[in-house]
Write a protein that binds this ligand. Structure first.
Ligand SMILES: C[S@@+](CC[C@H](N)C(=O)[O-])C[C@H]1O[C@@H](n2cnc3c(N)ncnc32)[C@H](O)[C@@H]1O
Length: 149
């Protein structure tokens, strides 16, 4: 298994957390251009990535290239969709001190369940299944899809 992030500090955190899991290789890698071989993955999992990248379609195209035919893509991505006013305020309280007002920079987007499914469909995946996941502070859009054989 290969775990990736473009940020060296994030990779160091993951390396520490996964120190007891020798089968996981943790690497600094751009999700748009991983350098891994075509069709080399049975599964690609993205957590809280697509809303933050400037070009979500390019990340999905790279995932499609990496997957073998019939390989499975799983995405969970934070969304404000469906949050109550109380949860919205709790979320602002939690994230504003950490991230300031630097949200929604160029290309960043608040994905919804519908827009995430549309992105995945446009990227050429099929058998798209999904449903929103609800949390105490944030919700997630969740999609599972298959690269056509
Ligand atoms: C909201 S954080 C989520 C981190 C982690 N996946 C999680 O769920 O806890 C978004 C992460 O995406 C990473 N990231 C941003 N652009 C990226 C890219 N082009 N390729 C790979 N990782 C990227 C950032 O470094 C950051 O760690």
């Amino acid at each position: 298994m290969i775990a990736t992030d473009i940020s060296a500090p994030m990779v160091e955190v993951a390396q520490r957390a996964l120190a007891a899991s020798p089968s996981v290789s943790v690497r600094v890698t751009d999700a748009v251009s991983t350098g891994l071989p075509d069709g080399s993955a049975d599964a690609v999992v993205m957590v809280n990535l697509l809303h933050i990248v400037p070009d979500a379609a390019a990340v999905l195209a790279e995932a499609r290239r990496l997957l073998r035919p019939g390989g499975v893509l799983t995405i969970a991505d934070a969304t404000a969709e469906g949050l109550s006013v109380r949860q919205m305020l709790a979320s602002i309280w939690r994230y504003l001190p950490r991230w300031g007002l630097k949200t929604h920079q160029k290309g960043q987007q608040n994905l919804t369940q519908t827009s995430l499914e549309a992105l995945v469909r446009t990227a050429g995946f099929e058998s798209i299944e999904g449903h929103p996941l609800t949390g105490q502070v944030m919700n997630c859009a969740f999609v599972r899809a298959v690269k056509p054989a």
